[in-house]
Design a protein around this ligand. Sequence first.
Ligand code: HEC
Length: 121
Amino acid sequence: MTRRLLTMLSAILVVAAACSAGASPDVTKLRDPASVAAGTALYQANCAACHGTDLGGGRTPDGGLAPALAAKVGPSDAVLIETVKRGSGFAMPSFATQLTDEEIASIIDYVRSVQVEQLEE
Ligand code: HEC
């Protein structure tokens, strides 16, 4: 089998896995590598303290639980961006004044790139 065919097949498998999990098609959307790179640094600076450096979840400063983001393939990009902008109204702060729309979009590009890697496993 050619390498190209294998790549195509694995892409189909990823989409199939995402669909069977009821995931948003946004999860498998192609991401701009420059945006993913920018989002990686922004995530580590703004989100990793609570959600973990690997998106695996963690603790808030007051000991609460912050959910794993790696598993959040369901919501669309728009929903994830809104969550980051507004905060949860509870344990997660709003980032509307700290981060620009472009920065938040980059963070979500990074989150998606990790989610896609995990779907491939
Ligand atoms: C102070 C800790 C903290 C920081 C910093 C933080 N979060 Fe959160 N986040 C939480 C908690 C806790 C929740 C779960 C909702 C709640 O309990 O308020 C959450 C929920 C979420 C959700 C919704 C997940 C779900 O289960 O539906 C997303 C998406 C999210 N955070 C992304 C981010 C991103 C991206 C950043 C960085 C820009 C970030 N968070 C920074 C604590 C944090």
